[in-house]
Design a protein around this ligand. Structure first.
Ligand code: MN
Length: 128
């Protein structure tokens, strides 16, 4: 069973916190600090899901999501946006760019992993 999650996030502290919480719950975590590296890693590792920051240097999260969606081999890999943008419309924009879901920063350590799990592909044979 693929338990690898890819985090694309330029903020070291956020990345560290997400990694810590996810690894504690049994996930393997790989990470990239910019969108280009993230896209390369997504294609190389085919993670279970991609956690995508929106405010990234050079390519922002919208551009990264759009690029990831151009690769059909990643069709089954949900993109979960993780962002401090809380303005009306941002949620719609990132969903339109191809994200399956949206988690707001600051990350709540008590609920973060459960929120992520909600967006993961359902395994065959599991109920809902
Ligand atoms: Mn950022």
């Amino acid at each position: 069973m693929n338990r690898t999650l890819l985090i694309i996030e330029d903020n070291e502290q956020n990345c560290y916190l997400m990694r810590f919480l996810l690894e504690k719950s049994g996930f393997a975590v790989i990470s990239a600090e910019d969108g280009r590296k993230g896209i390369v890693m997504a294609l190389e590792y085919r993670p279970l899901a991609i956690l995508l920051d929106i405010q990234l240097p050079e390519l922002d999260g919208y551009a990264v999501a759009a690029e990831l969606k151009r690769h059909r081999e990643l069709d089954c890999v949900p993109i979960i946006a993780v962002t401090s943008y809380a303005m009306v419309g941002d949620r719609e924009n990132i969903l339109a760019a191809g994200a399956s879901g949206y988690i707001e920063k600051p990350i709540n350590p008590d609920t973060f992993v459960d929120e992520i799990i909600r967006y993961l592909p359902q395994r065959r044979g599991e109920g809902k």
